[in-house]
Design a protein around this ligand. Sequence first.
Ligand code: AMP
Ligand code: MG
Length: 396
Amino acid sequence: MRDVPQLPSIDEARATLLAAVQPLTPTNLPVNDTLGLVLAEDVRAAHDVPSFANSAMDGFAVRAGQAGQRLRIAGESRAGAPYASTILDGEAVRISTGAALPAGADGVLQIELVQDDEDAVTLREAVAPGRNVRDAGTDLRAGATVLTSGTRIGPAELGIAIGAGRQGLLVAPRPRVAIVTTGDELVEAGAPLRPGQIHDSNGPTLAALAARAGAEVVGRGHAVDDPEATRAVIAEALDVADVLVLAGGVSVGPHDHVKRALADLGVDELLWRIALRPGKPTWLGHRGAQLVFGLPGNPVSAYVTFLLFARPALNALQGADATVPRTRAMLAVDVPRHPDRDECVRVRRRDDGSVEPTGPQASHVLSSLLGAEALAIVPRGEGDLPAGSEVTLEPV
Ligand code: AMP
Ligand code: MG
């Protein structure tokens, strides 16, 4: 049987969802506590970095001049302890990497290129002005914008912010995410399996995806397939979370209670069902600023729909670009198409840059996510999409 043709596409569903996102209110934090958070302000350099001309080498600071000169060692400029006076003709000052270039000096000759006899040095090479000198402002210019709002702070951004003179940064807080899995069949990791039982892999996996998207996982719950139990667990999660991610129980089976429970708790539906495989039964909704994701229970469906919908929403909540840039690649092999739904195919890259499926694509085959570098979006259509066709890649 064909699907209802008017289901929204991936991009339509995403647009509907992102229109409902209200970014979290930024907060000021010590810069050392901001790794992984998203900047909510532009950062300008408070001063030049480096703030003074300094040496790129261990050696001798001198006035520009010819090779062969013998110069008296007048003193030393160490990192953190500059030479106090001005270099005169006929003088050299011993200097360390990063130490301030003394007044009067034009350049530095590295230690390997001088002959050093205690109180005098002989230059083996000429020193042109600027040799081995790192001028002020060659990293950051005073007043220049060095980081922009919306940037996620990684190790390099942290270093730049500190170099720019900052002690605190205005950043988006981590969205508080609660994960709720549903199903009578689920047991905890490591528990022995009785007939019909499976390990709850979605809970930890979705929590990991949320953490990787910058969220703080504030709760993990499980609801058995019972209307009251489902409502109670969801209510508890909604008490503590900005974002609720549910797995399972959103289809049309007699034991799917999630949609009803959400309606009872005042969560409004944004949409239900998407022209997508895997992930058709996905339910998206909100209660005011709280976002709710009812993801299908099949592990690959939950994973893929998290990447396609929850990840951009978490980015948007943090004031970052919602979507990870997509790329394009050629299919290395024929790939079957679904007639009515766009399919996210787990692919790896070949050496020639083309992509091929990692393995079986059924929605319970989590092992095909191993080694998957992207989801190739194979548009709906009749028959195979032939090898050589270009497809869009959503990063995983
Ligand atoms: P549902 O969406 O509840 O109909 O579940 C669809 C399929 O996903 C069923 O085979 C479930 O057993 C499986 N499933 C549901 N939740 C989980 C979970 N947390 N971890 C692993 N598999 C799950
Ligand atoms: Mg279920």
